[in-house]
Design a protein around this ligand. Structure first.
Ligand code: NAI
Ligand code: MG
Length: 479
């Protein structure tokens, strides 16, 4: 364990302290217990919310937008300087290959830089109105924001939600996933060292049904940001509804990439495969469905299969194509889906390397063909390294299949036809559409979020600053 943070502590109002109960931290690459984290309770959440309220009434609440920006910029700089250490912690904690963990740490730094730069550039308007009036709007923080985040991209999701919330002057209570608390704690240490006032960020690790449920139902919370499963997202929205509190939900998807007859397959191929296997498929915006024009189906399948057979799965520190899944439970869920694909053609699988420790949660990536669009593997979020290839005959059918799930997070179109790109970008049900690319490098500038069961509200980009603030209209009558 690194000396600069204590995995067993929680952070409330600038005070680090232990809780009586703890939870084990597993290294998914080995299955071995590597640390213990605090098991925060409803009482801890109460204190964290009170500390956030006190911060808003005190130093943090009177920190100017420019100063908030400077603090975030300092945090970003310090995160970037420690990216290697943060990456090593994350790789051990969640099993992701080191280069992905490093990319996550740098993304966290970049979020702090982006929102640090934006903090003093969110402005209201003046509104022409009746004679004798001056009307203007103010963008104000919600107050206390709750952040319940998952284990798949902890640093990136802290960056996009806590970064934007702090930039707008909210005070945050962060409940990281029980499987992935270490970088949240390390980040909070960095934020403290960078001069973030006490109580502006409080961190309470713990179980979803304990600390998480206590946070989402707390009457002192003014906004909740959640990323995770549809099932829990729905519980959180219901809890927030009882307190009439706005929520931002990012709930994953079943995102398609559409490959047309005129597509540049050489350019598409790395994106088609990588978007399915990145982070071992445990990515909300994973492209789990590849829709291809029938005239290119066999060629595409052969070429994807070729890549699949070269994919290597192994421990995070071996830095291969895929690490293990997060837990034995997640592996069981994904294997359960694979079992439901016995009626499909298994086009290819990757390979678990020999040196992979026996206790790790390794699963070879699997490419399926021959799935009807309503097959369970073509409809449900698997959250593991599994992709299905589905043929289509024309543009209309491609759109029907693409839009034919409960989800709508992202989509991609591979085609040389500019008019088709424009046409379909409008017709696809998704929060982000990529033309001849997938993910656009994940830029922090790009508003992100879903429609349908993928959730609602937008994080990332400037848009998130509106989501983490409330508009007030001031109408002055002066005659
Ligand atoms: P989850 O939705 O249970 O966990 C996400 C977060 O919610 C964690 O911080 C957890 O502690 C918290 N949580 C759990 N129950 C809660 C409750 N009752 N009240 C408040 N907070 C609660 O996700 P889980 O169980 O880790 O993964 C299950 C499935 O969810 C995955 O297979 C995947 O399909 C989906 N998922 C989607 C993610 C995304 O990026 N959209 C991220 C993680 C999971
Ligand atoms: Mg869970």
């Amino acid at each position: 364990m690194k000396p600069w943070y204590d995995a067993r502590e929680i952070l409330i109002g600038g005070q680090w302290r232990r809780t009586s109960a703890t939870l084990p931290v597993e290294n998914p690459s080995t299955g071995a217990e590597m640390a213990e984290i605090a098991r925060g309770t409803a009482a801890d959440i109460d204190e964290a919310v009170a500390a956030a309220q006190a911060a808003l009434a005190g130093e943090w609440g009177s920190t100017t937008a420019a100063e908030r920006g400077r603090i975030l910029l300092r945090i970003g700089q310090m995160v970037a300087e420690r990216a290697g250490e943060l990456a090593a912690i994350e790789a051990a904690d969640v099993g992701k290959p080191l280069k992905q963990a490093r990319a996550d740490a740098l993304a966290l730094a970049r979020y702090m830089e982006f929102y640090g730069g934006a903090a003093d550039k969110v402005m209201g308007e003046t509104i022409p109105y009746l004679s004798g009036y001056t009307v203007y709007t103010l963008r104000e923080p919600h107050g206390v924001t709750g952040h319940i985040i998952p284990w798949n991209y902890p640093m990136q999701i802290i960056g996009r939600s806590v970064g934007a919330a702090l930039a707008m002057g909210n005070a945050c209570v962060l409940k990281p996933a029980e499987e992935a608390c270490l970088t949240a704690l390390a980040f909070a240490r960095i934020a403290e060292q960078a001069g973030l006032p006490p109580g502006a960020l409080n961190v309470v690790p713990g179980l979803g049904e304990e600390a998480g449920a206590a946070l989402s139902s707390h009457p002192g919370i003014d906004h909740i940001s959640f990323t995770g499963s549809v099932q829990v997202g729905s519980l959180i929205q219901a809890a927030a509804a009882r307190n009439v509190v706005p929520v931002t939900l990012e709930l994953g998807g079943k995102s398609p990439q559409l490959v047309f007859a005129d597509a540049d397959l050489d350019a598409a191929l790395p994106f088609l495969v990588n978007a399915g296997i990145q982070n071992a498929g445990q990515t909300c915006s994973a492209a789990s469905r590849i829709l291809v024009h029938r005239s290119r189906h066999d060629e595409l399948l052969t070429r994807m299969a070729e890549r699949y057979t070269q994919l290597q799965v192994g421990p995070a520190d071996a830095d291969l194509d895929l690490g293990p899944l997060i837990s034995a439970r997640q592996k069981e869920i994904v294997e359960g889906f694979i079992t439901q694909g016995t009626d499909l053609e298994c086009a290819a699988t990757g390979r678990i390397v020999d040196q992979a420790p026996k206790g790790g949660h390794y699963l070879p990536p699997t490419l399926f063909a021959g799935a009807a669009p309503d097959h369970v593997l073509a409809q449900q979020e698997i959250f593991g390294p599994v992709q299905v290839v589905i043929p289509f005959d024309d543009e209309e059918q491609a759109v029907q299949i693409a839009n034919g799930t409960d989800f709508g997070l992202v989509a991609a179109i591979w085609s040389a036809d500019g008019a088709r790109q424009m046409r379909l970008a409008k017709r696809l049900r998704a929060g982000q559409v990529f033309l001849n690319n997938y993910g656009a490098g994940g830029g922090v500038e790009l508003p992100f979020g879903g429609v349908g069961k993928s959730g609602h509200g937008r994080e990332k980009g400037f848009e998130a600053l509106y989501g983490f603030s409330v508009l007030k209209t001031v109408a002055a009558h002066h005659g």
